[in-house]
Design a protein around this ligand. Structure first.
Ligand SMILES: [Zn+2]
Length: 116
């Protein structure tokens, strides 16, 4: 892969990693390398309606947190692949992932044919 494009993709990935970590920090804590959405802190004496709202909010946040975490893992994996020189190969068919796809999704793990 072209060195200039690779450098460009690396900076995209690093920027994405920082943004994802910032987003996750808003509602999750890092625990032994895993992100966990903070469970609502229910104050004693708080009325039931508020408690219900907080738990509902937590339940709404969970899928968002999981999606961000999954993306962050893919971004980190892509950066690791750059280090070992296997970046840009489809994990499924081992073909090169097209540059246009990588520029749009630098963390892509599969080519256009193999993507879900
Ligand atoms: Zn493929």
């Amino acid at each position: 892969m072209d060195k200039i494009i690779l450098t460009q993709l690396k900076s995209l990935l690093e920027k994405e990693k920082a943004e994802l970590e910032n987003n996750l920090e808003n509602f999750a804590k890092k625990n032994d390398g895993e992100w966990q959405a903070s469970y609502p802190n229910i104050a004693p004496g708080e009325n039931l309606e508020d408690q219900v709202n907080e738990v509902e909010e937590y339940e709404n946040i969970l899928p968002v947190e999981r999606a961000l975490e999954k993306k962050l893992k893919d971004v980190i994996l892509a950066l690791e692949k750059m280090e070992i020189g296997t970046y840009g190969k489809c994990e499924n068919c081992d073909k090169d992932i097209p540059i246009e796809r990588l520029l749009a999704f630098p963390e892509a793990r599969s080519c256009n044919n193999c993507k879900e």
